[in-house]
Design a protein around this ligand. Structure first.
Ligand code: GDP
Length: 174
């Protein structure tokens, strides 16, 4: 149809320095992006970015909101999906990601998609978190697991497509 694209909000959460901003920056340059939207409060809120994506002949507007681990009442965030980021060379960032995943799944139930994201896979020799651990945590909490390198823009498009696909699947009436 020619109506306005559906608009979805995605909360990106994770420890400091894991690559949340870098991932969001790479989303902006994806080949799936039709255009970037102005956000109302760019000055106050550099952590909010909005793009309109064309996937399967359908446009959707995705708003990304970065949040820290300290954010209270995550489950009350008006959003359609969560991306929980850790860095594969940092065990502590993985532990806190799994803790957020555990709490979030407990609080929100299974209605909204959560993707666990192991970033910095270019740091092969510094890897501390086996891929299998990431995958196991995701399975345990009914979420998806994906690994990316924001630095090399590796698998970032797949992550973007994965997020939108998960949202569309969950919102499609059964
Ligand atoms: P944030 O605090 O989670 O938003 O993390 P940033 O996006 O600011 O990234 C923190 C640091 O990690 C910066 O120096 C980035 O350049 C670096 N970084 C981000 N993603 C990657 C990655 O995939 N690989 C590598 N090697 N460094 C990365």
């Amino acid at each position: 149809s020619s109506s306005c694209p559906a608009q979805y909000r995605i909360v990106i959460i994770g420890a400091p320095q894991v690559g949340k901003t870098s991932l969001a920056n790479q989303f902006m340059t994806s080949e799936y992006v039709a255009f970037e939207n102005d956000t109302d409060d760019k000055e106050d809120n550099p952590g909010v970015r909005s793009i309109t994506v064309l996937l399967d002949s359908e446009e959707s507007t995705l708003e990304f909101i970065e949040m820290s681990l300290e954010t209270k009442d995550l489950d009350e965030q008006p959003c359609d999906a969560f991306g929980i980021v850790f860095s594969i060379n940092d065990q502590a960032s993985f532990r806190s990601a799994v803790e957020v995943l555990h709490c979030l799944r407990h609080d929100i139930g299974t209605d909204r998609p959560i993707i666990l994201i192991g970033n910095k896979i270019d740091l092969v020799r510094k890897r501390k978190v086996p891929k299998e651990d990431g995958r196991a945590a995701a399975i345990k909490y009914e979420s998806k697991y994906t690994e990316t390198s924001a630095a090399l823009n590796h698998h970032v498009d797949e992550l973007l497509v994965g997020l939108l696909t998960q949202i569309r699947l969950k919102l499609t009436p059964k």
